[in-house]
Design a protein around this ligand. Sequence first.
Ligand code: NI
Length: 136
Amino acid sequence: MARLVRFGVSIDRDLLKQFDKLIARRRYVNRSEAIRDLLREKLAGLELRRSAAKAVGAVTIVYNHHAAHELSHRLTDLQHDYADLIRSSVHVHLTREDCLEVIVVGGPTHRIVEFSDSLIGTKGVRHGRLSLTVPR
Ligand code: NI
């Protein structure tokens, strides 16, 4: 067994309360086990982001197409830059101003992440999420 190290953590009371609820829901035996598990999950996710292995997924973004003049053009340009990754996309006009786009992607994981980070990081994109999975 790996050597265990103890360390103290300062945490907001409300956040700790939520954490304890999560622990109960997921039936962790204690906080230490929950923290170890969440850390491993996070680290594995970060490792996956750098991988050259093939992945498939969907990038979801929400933006206000009136917010920034160049936003729609910028988002389209980005999609053309990464056209080799894109399998399909759906654009939904949510309201008069808000748009939702789901872009289905496939290819080397690190390129998908690069594309997704560029889209989500574009000024004016209000919400963005990448969902990744491994093709079978
Ligand atoms: Ni729209």
